[in-house]
Write a protein that binds this ligand. Structure first.
Ligand SMILES: NC(=O)c1ccc[n+]([C@@H]2O[C@H](COP(=O)([O-])OP(=O)(O)OC[C@H]3O[C@@H](n4cnc5c(N)ncnc54)[C@H](OP(=O)(O)O)[C@@H]3O)[C@@H](O)[C@H]2O)c1
Length: 259
């Protein structure tokens, strides 16, 4: 019993409200589930209604509190509408997870302005605008957690990083700027850094067994990542336990980045 109280004091998200972009698939979906199971009321944001409904159906069937907002985070108006709608479901969020992301991979010489703009809009501008909308309120209330999902490509070039790597590098810088601004007021801002994770984002790469095996061999654990690998780290970074961890990049990559 004592250990349950101890764990719950450190990690329980009871009474917290979380907004998870990209919460309908892959890493974001796993994180939305983890936060809901840890007690948070979770709003998943993405474009596809079917997957949103399925995710929220799953979470509520488990006894969680969850809702969804369908929005395109690729436009300023889409982000603004999503933020207002998301805050209308369970109230202003205490936790914001930015997991929505796209990875378009034309070779650098063919990378046009359209791919650049779309990548920056979804991967970088949306997290910035959502931070501007929710960060100050979190700071005023004295508690907040912002978690961005970046990539090893924020740290090094890898399979045609192109615009994607640039957006993720900037997202890590955004995390530090937000951490600097709001940490004095109880709002911590950190990033989770995946290696190679078997999700729909990587459908093409993960359907090539040789490439999958070669990537697994580059880790220390001998396997590629699964969306569930992010659950514990996300609960930690969303909880009271991480109050003194801010501006950091936490690699959840089986050791890939240090091998
Ligand atoms: N998988 C990996 O190996 C890996 C590695 C490094 C980093 N990451 C990062 O981890 C995050 C999650 O990736 P994942 O692998 O879980 O990908 P995923 O399974 O493809 O999920 C991406 C999510 O983002 C949503 N999304 C995409 N574009 C959107 C838009 N314009 N507006 C609103 N929502 C949008 C998708 O829903 P809709 O399509 O329905 O909108 C989906 O819910 C991304 O930021 C990605 O860059 C992944």
């Amino acid at each position: 019993m004592i250990s349950q109280d101890y764990l719950s004091d450190l990690f329980s998200l009871d009474g917290r409200v979380a907004v998870v972009t990209g919460g309908s698939s892959g890493i974001g979906r796993a994180i939305a589930g983890a936060l809901a199971r840890a007690g948070a009321s979770v709003v998943a944001v993405a474009r596809g209604k079917e997957q949103l409904e399925a995710t929220v159906g799953e979470l509520t069937a488990e006894g969680g509190r969850a809702g969804w907002v369908a929005a395109d985070l690729g436009s300023r108006e889409g982000v603004r509408a999503a933020a207002e709608e998301a805050a209308g479901v369970f109230g202003e969020p205490d936790i914001l997870v930015n997991s929505a992301g796209i990875n378009l991979r034309p070779p650098m010489s063919e990378l046009g302005e359209d791919v650049w703009d779309t990548t920056m809009a979804v991967n970088l501008r949306a997290p910035f605008l959502l931070g501007q909308r929710f960060g100050p309120g979190m700071a005023e209330r004295g508690f907040g957690r912002i978690i961005h999902i970046t990539s090893q490509q924020a740290h090094r070039a890898f399979v045609q990083s192109g615009a994607y790597g640039v957006s993720k590098g900037a997202l890590e810088s955004l995390a530090r700027s937000q951490a600097e601004a709001w940490s004095p007021y109880g709002v911590t801002v950190n990033t989770l850094v995946p290696g190679f994770v078997m999700t729909p984002l990587n459908r093409r790469l993960s359907s090539d067994p040789d490439k999958v095996a070669a990537l697994a061999a580059r880790t220390m654990t001998g396997r590629n990542g699964l969306a569930e690998d992010f659950e514990g780290a996300a609960v930690f970074l969303a909880s009271r336990a991480s109050a003194y961890v801010t501006g950091q990049s936490l690699f959840v990559d089986g050791g890939l980045s240090v091998h």
